[in-house]
Ligand binder design. Structure first.
Ligand SMILES: [Zn+2]
Length: 156
């Protein structure tokens, strides 16, 4: 019978949680002191943790792709009037459990951001869907109103 020799110089590699991968992270400002370490990163995270370095390991945030809705104004053809954004986020080393957990950050690119639990985000999504349906309705009303006004002007 063959005996199996167990190696003594092997260290068990820490297992990754499902839905996570190891990502390189730059710690410290670019230059001599910057180090690249590997952190557990959720698969939904699209952050480039090397290009967007952190000064301290505790500062690492995971962020998903930003969703945006741009709201134009016919008074300004160069910039949008409002830009509503939403992104999945997680701050794994925060002392706040809601910030540690995956949550959604919404903002309008200027004022204070809103932090939403998944339940809160679903409630906001329901409200946005209702508003979008009403927005189509008022757009149709405005179009009909304007067509009536043009027809009145032609026949007057
Ligand atoms: Zn990440």
């Amino acid at each position: 019978m063959q005996s199996t020799v167990q190696p003594t110089n092997v260290t068990a590699f820490p297992a990754l949680k499902p839905g996570f991968h190891l990502a390189p992270l730059a710690v410290g400002a670019p230059g001599d002191g910057q180090q690249v370490v590997y952190v557990e990163c959720p698969d939904w995270c699209s952050e480039d943790h090397v290009a967007n370095f952190v000064h301290f390991l505790e500062d690492v945030d995971h962020k998903g792709d930003e969703l945006t809705v741009a709201i134009p104004s016919f008074w300004n053809d160069k910039d949008v009037a409002y830009q509503l954004t939403a992104a999945l986020s997680s701050d794994p080393l925060s002392t706040d459990l809601q910030m540690q957990a995956a949550h959604i950050v919404m903002g309008d690119s200027g004022s204070v951001d809103a932090y939403l639990t998944p339940d809160m985000a679903e409630g906001v999504a329901d409200s946005l869907i209702k508003m979008a349906c009403k927005l189509r309705e008022v757009a149709r009303t405005a179009r009909l109103h304007n067509q009536f006004e043009v027809a009145q002007a032609v026949t007057a």
